[in-house]
Design a protein. Structure first.
Length: 279
């Protein structure tokens, strides 16, 4: 598979923009979705023949299916990158219903529907790669990020199941779990709920330090991360998960080891709920 044509959601900034720039420089065709065309005018001007811009709000399920149906009539899409998403910060109690519904529709349901829409064409062509941009926050939870974690834990479970469903069709799945990176995700597009006085000084507001560049920038380089993601498509079989960033990997391993250790203390408890042998 030469992976000539990529469909990437949310290419106006961050990982999506960095990946698109690198792929176009390599001679690939990129179909990139945005909500604001002005943010990709540079790509449209520089690569008029290989960059295809499409307007899409991934919370609009009907629009997703219409767009994918249109694109697959003209292109063989080799790689789908679900990149569109944003962060929402605040204690669970501080979040509004609209904020909750919006982040689930964007970070979870939007990715699910993109996968469902593209799978028929990938099955028909006999190959494909699905790349889901998640976060190490799909494995590790922090206070003040409850709904972001809900979306990322959810999409990781979905993609892990889908990976097993589509492997026989020569479709690979990779879940990308970046750590903190110097992108607009952290320093521009992050949304913060209206604070409640009751949570002043609470761990739920620790994110405020992270979002202020004056307290130090994130260690992750989005361009290097984009390169590693692109390179993963050449791997066969597809790596199910990729953690990007040394701090992210360290925190993920520590969290999983603690979780496994806790499970191992529950052996007798778990067995106590089984029917006795022979019954």
């Amino acid at each position: 598979m030469e992976n000539k044509t990529w469909l990437i959601t949310g290419v106006s900034n961050g990982f999506g923009h960095a990946m698109t720039e690198q792929l176009l420089a390599q001679g690939k065709t990129v179909i990139g979705t945005v909500r604001n065309v002005a943010k990709v005018q540079d790509l449209m001007d520089q690569y008029p023949d290989t960059f295809v811009n499409e307007i899409l709000d991934v919370t609009d399920v009907s629009a997703i299916h219409r767009l994918v149906a249109k694109l697959t009539q003209s292109y063989q899409i080799d790689v789908l990158v679900n990149n569109a998403g944003y962060g929402l910060f605040g204690a669970a109690e501080e979040l509004s219903d609209d904020e909750i519904n919006r982040i689930i529709a964007t970070d979870l349901t939007g990715s699910i529907q993109m996968v469902r829409a593209i799978l028929p064409s990938m099955r028909h062509q006999g190959h494909g790669r699905l790349i889901q941009i998640s976060s190490y926050g799909g494995q590790v939870a922090f206070p003040g990020n409850a709904m972001y974690h809900a979306a990322k834990f959810g999409i990781e479970g979905f993609m892990e199941a889908v990976a097993q469903e589509v492997a026989s069709f020569n479709i690979g799945v990779t879940i990308v779990e970046p750590g903190g990176a110097r992108t607009e995700f952290r320093y521009g597009s992050a949304q913060v709920a209206k604070a409640m006085p009751a949570y002043e000084g609470n761990p739920a507001h620790a994110f405020q330090t992270m979002l202020d560049p004056a307290n130090g920038l994130a260690p992750g380089d989005p361009k290097r991360m984009a390169s590693r993601i692109i390179e993963s498509v050449a791997q066969d079989p597809a790596p199910l998960r990729m953690v990007l960033g040394s701090q992210a990997l360290e925190n993920t391993i520590a969290t999983l080891e603690k979780r496994v250790a806790d499970f191992k203390t529950q052996t007798d408890l778990a067995a106590s709920t089984d029917f006795p042998a022979g019954e």
